[in-house]
Design a protein around this ligand. Structure first.
Ligand code: ATP
Ligand code: MG
Length: 238
């Protein structure tokens, strides 16, 4: 796959970003960081260095104090909150460390959730239910489990598959994954990475995966140390 390097079509771009958590003890300063369309990037750094903080800014869990975050050339800062949320829902799929499924909903209902906030993603599916089942079948989850069981009754390995499907549904151009394998043994970790790469390759999405486990880095197009792209801002903790 030939990565597109034009800034206008980068899946993600951060420019002159500055952010500090409320309380002022920790923040990040990012001069420039971009991910091309379809590019897979592995981001590593020690615990507490700010990896999840960076992903929070991209996923919209936190907002930058200064600078720009763009998704596919659309600058988010300056837009009204509702519009920012809408663009994020349309253009990013997120896999959290503990998968964050809604426990009393079925896997199918969990997978369809992001489409509620992203009409373009929904339109791309034509038939969302059929698209969800295509994903879960590809991920070897049996239909009755997907359609009937509450997500809380699934094993961790099954939940991770549901989380991949939820991130991928409707083909968002950027997938963000924060330590998605930290609860898994090494066999399950290898399976997870295989499924994730398979799904990303099928949809042509870019992938930003964060981990402190550099053993997972080998199949990525680019491996980046957080310290190479971001300067920590540490407040006075006295
Ligand atoms: N919601 C928050 N409010 C205030 N401070 C926070 C918040 N989340 C993280 N921090 C602070 O930001 C710093 C970096 O934490 P972060 O979670 O980004 O690190 P990390 O690199 O993801 O670490 P780990 O590998 O352990 O997940 C920490 O000092 C933490 O206390
Ligand atoms: Mg983290």
């Amino acid at each position: 796959m030939t990565p597109v390097t034009s800034h206008g079509t980068d899946a993600l771009r951060l420019k002159s970003v500055r952010f500090t958590w409320p309380g002022g003890r920790f923040g990040l300063d990012v001069n420039e960081f971009s991910i091309a369309a379809g590019e897979t990037v592995f981001l590593y750094g020690p615990s507490g260095s700010g990896k999840s903080t960076l992903l929070s800014l991209i996923a919209g869990i936190a907002s930058v104090d200064a600078g720009e975050v763009s998704l596919q050339g659309q600058v988010l800062s300056g837009l009204r909150a509702a519009m920012r949320d809408r663009i994020r829902a349309e253009r990013t799929g997120v896999i959290f460390q503990m998968f964050n499924l809604v426990p009393y909903l079925t896997p199918l209902e969990n997978i369809l959730l992001p489409l509620r906030f992203a009409p373009e993603r929904r339109k791309r599916c034509e038939d969302p239910q059929a698209a969800a089942l295509t994903l879960t079948r590809t991920l070897s989850l049996p239909d009755p489990m997907v359609q009937q069981a509450p997500a809380s009754t699934l094993s961790v390995g099954q939940q991770q598959r549901v989380a991949i499907a939820r991130a991928m549904i409707g083909h968002p151009p950027l997938i963000i994954a924060d330590e998605p394998t930290s609860a898994l043994d090494s066999d399950a970790r290898a399976d997870f990475m295989h499924l994730l790469f398979d799904q990303v390759a099928r949809s042509g999405a870019a992938l930003l995966m964060v981990s402190h486990d550099r053993g997972l880095a080998e199949n990525f197009d680019r491996v980046v140390s957080l310290s190479d792209i971001a300067r920590p801002i540490r407040g006075d903790t006295a």
